[in-house]
Design a protein. Sequence first.
Length: 275
Amino acid sequence: MVRVWGRYLRGMSQESLEGRLALVGGASQGIGRACAMELARRGARVVVSGRNDEGLAKVLGELPAVAGGPHETLLQDHADAAAMERAADSLVARLGVVHVFVANTGGPPPGFLVDAPAQDLQKALGQHLAAAHGVMQALAPGMRQAGFGRIVAITSTGVMVPLRGLGVSNVVRAAMANWVRTLAGELGRFGITANMVMPGSTRTGRLEAIMQGRAARSGTTVDEVEREMISRIPAGRLGRAEEVAAMVGFLCSPAASFVNGAMVPVDGGQNAMQG
C-alpha cells in the first residue's frame, strides 16, 4: 500500500507546475484564457498578457490562488513585436525566471491569400512570429539557467492542411511550425521543450466570426455553416477551449519532458480522416 501511494504522489508531482512562472499570450478570452486557468490549476503563477485591459482584469480575478505568489497582468498589444520584447525583458528583470511561455495571439483576418496585400503578411508575421521570437529570446536565458523551460505555440490545423478562406493564417502558422521545431532542436539539451498545439474547430469568438462570415458569403445561416463544419469532425461536435488547454497543460508539465518538437492536433480527428 505504501509503495502504491508513493507512486501516486510521484505521478501527481509530474503533473504539477508549483513554483513555476508562466506567461500566457492572448489570455483575456478563448483558448488563451483557458490555458491560463489550466496552468494556474496545476500550481503555476501566471502572467496573463493581451491588449484588453478589462478582459485581463476579469481573468485575473478568476484564476485560482497558488503558493508561488499573486498572478499578474501584462497589458501589451502583440502586434507590436518590439514592445512585446521590451515587456518580456522587464518582466524577467522584475520577477526572475519565466519557466513557461504560451505563444498565443489572435489569428489574421479571414480571406483568400491571392487577394491579400503583402502588408497583411508582414503584419501577421510580426504579430505571431516576430513577437513570439522576441519574447522567447528574453525568456530563454532564464530557462537555461533553471534547467527547465516550456514553449508552446497555439496555431491551427491549417499547418497540416491549409484551410480554405484563411490564406494569411495558413502561411503564418506554417512559419510558426518551423520556428517551434527549430527551437526544439536548439534548446532541448537545456531541459527546454518547444511544441505546438493545433486546435481544430473550437467554439471561440474567432470561430463564431468565421462562421458568420461564411454564412454571409454563401447566403446561408450560421447554424447551417456550423452543421456542415461538424459533419466533417469524427467526434461529431465542436471542440472546447478547455480541451485545448488540457493539452497545453500537459506539454508544460514535467511529465512531458521527452515531448519536444511535436505538432499536436486537438481537432476531434478531423485532419486524421482528411489526411
